[in-house]
Design a protein around this ligand. Structure first.
Ligand code: NAD
Length: 481
């Protein structure tokens, strides 16, 4: 295994970038067949390393079930690759654009050209898919790529390193291992585009580093994504979806519902049904195979500190499901927990939680919900459970979030044809769908003048033709203005 925080990796990274750029400039952009072949190689590699990846992720987390890794990571990678492959023809096609009357006989069109070398920096929470879906996008758009996965999931990063080294030449795809220092130096390299997935504070640093070379950026960040339950809509379907979104990967999901806004009349039913659903999903308690551990001691202590502060200030901290105390029998495992009555200045209502804890706030009117959300950073996701009635429409019109889920959580991310990204503190730009292809392509506008072209006659000395052109575009001039 490569050593993390090894600063020699940075020098190595800079050399690889030069090597990749030289190789990129030495050839024509890859054809559609070549791009499809690269995607097929990536797909086959992921399936060949499936069990190694599952074990590495589980060891890195302390525990994560192979099913969760399959469902939340590998399925997404394979689906993205298949989607990109089958839509490449449409994505790569030059687009005809409008030409205004006086320029007619010319043609205007846009060609999507590979940008070159894409830097990809990824976090630990879905360490495989958040590295390989951006890689698939980069390859589909005809680029080469350098990846910097997380140091917090070292075994998984190491498997991806070996897997990609065995699949692609280093001047096409390269993996650089390292921690924050390597990350800082990596983000300062003169890539042709940089896609960073991670926290908002590190995203700020990455954007500063990239600005020195004016590297175009996609920032996939985090934040507090609210889930709103309309009055009278606490039912099994609603709660199952919220529990699924909150407890998948033990809440270590960028688009997990961070906190819930529930009508005050429904609070006690919400708590009861949440408890019943956790019991149904995890009948053997939180130390079971299907429930994940928290990735590191630092993250585990941070979550405990959030609960301690809320408890000390009088919030109700309610462990859910059967045998919640059995969580303490397993490494870094935290029982599903609801927190009722936390204050807005408590860290639990300020920081992104990123764990199996759901604070619940009550409201009376939808306007309070809108005001609360708009008083905070624009979230990565917003979830609404209820009818698509006037309140729902008002909420969607008056708030801005990366994406929205109506009567579901998380599933919007699995839609290959929807852009995925935040806004402001939750991110910048998007990938997935055609948006991903385009973010890693340069949209080159081309104006191809025909042999006979009216504007070529519009030069000095100006005469009748000029008067005609002006009359067509501006109309007749009124005198005496
Ligand atoms: P992080 O920001 O700590 O780390 C992300 C990457 O940045 C890692 O590769 C890390 O090595 C590197 N890094 C760390 N310090 C750096 C520095 N000073 N300069 C440059 N690079 C540095 O994030 P994390 O803890 O790994 O992941 C959790 C966060 O990621 C959460 O906020 C979550 O919401 C967010 N996230 C967002 C998405 C999304 O798609 N929008 C997906 C998953 C996670």
């Amino acid at each position: 295994m490569n050593t993390f925080n090894d600063i020699s990796n940075v020098k190595h990274a800079s050399e690889i970038l030069m090597q990749q750029r030289k190789a990129f400039l030495a050839t024509e952009p890859p054809s559609r067949a070549q791009r499809k072949a690269s995607l097929a190689k990536l797909r086959a590699a992921v399936l060949a390393y499936r069990s190694e990846l599952q074990s590495a992720v589980s060891e890195d987390f302390g525990h994560r079930s192979a099913h969760e890794t399959d469902l939340m990571e590998l399925v997404g990678i394979v689906q993205s690759i298949d989607y990109l492959s089958s839509h490449l023809r449409r994505f790569m096609k030059a687009e005809r654009r409008h030409v205004s009357l006086i320029y007619r006989t010319a043609r205007a069109y846009v060609e999507y050209q590979p940008k070159g070398i894409i830097g990809i920096m990824s976090p630990w929470n879905y360490p495989v898919s958040l590295t390989l879906i951006p890689l698939a996008t980069a390859l589909a758009a005809g680029n080469r790529a350098m990846l910097k996965p997380s140091e917090l999931t070292p075994r998984t990063s190491d498997v991806m390193h070996r897997m990609l080294a065995a699949t692609f030449p280093v001047d096409e795809v390269a993996v650089i291992l390292g921690g924050p220092e390597v990350g800082a130096a990596f983000s300062a390299l003169p890539f042709d585009h940089l896609l960073f997935t991670g926290s908002t504070p590190v995203g700020r640093k990455v954007m500063k580093a990239a600005s020195d070379n004016l590297v175009p950026l996609t920032l996939e960040l985090g934040g507090k994504s609210p889930v709103i339950v309309a009055r009278g809509h606490v039912n099994q379907r609603t709660i199952s979806s919220i529990v699924y979104g909150k407890l998948s990967n033990s809440g270590q999901t960028c688009v997990a519902p961070d906190y819930a806004l529930v009508h005050e009349d429904d609070l006690e039913t919400f708590i009861q049904q949440f408890n019943a659903t956790v019991t149904r999903f995890y009948p053997d308690g939180p130390a079971c195979d299907d429930y994940s551990s928290i990735v590191s001691e630092r993250h585990y202590s941070r979550l405990e500190a959030l609960l301690d502060e809320a408890r000390q200030h009088g919030a109700r901290v309610l462990e859910m499901g059967v045998k919640p105390e059995s969580a303490r029998d397993r490494l870094r495992t935290l029982a599903p927990t609801l927190v009722v009555g936390a204050q807005d200045d408590h860290a639990i209502m300020q920081e992104e939680i990123f764990g199996p804890i759901l604070p619940v706030r009550t409201y009376r009117q939808i306007d309070e919900v809108i005001e609360y959300i708009n008083g905070r950073d624009r979230p990565l996701a917003l979830y609404y459970f209820g009818e698509k009635d006037a309140d729902c429409k008002k909420l969607l019109r008056r708030t801005t979030s990366g994406n929205v889920g109506i009567n579901n959580t998380l599933i919007h991310v699995a839609q290959d044809d929807l852009p995925f990204g935040g806004i402001g503190p939750s991110g910048m730009g998007a990938y997935h769908g055609i948006e991903g292809f385009r973010s890693m392509s340069h949209a080159k506008g081309i104006f191809d003048q025909g042999r006979w072209n009216f504007p070529s006659l519009l030069h000095a000395p100006f005469g009748k033709l000029m008067a005609l052109a002006l009359a067509i575009t501006l109309g007749k001039q009124k005198s005496g203005l």
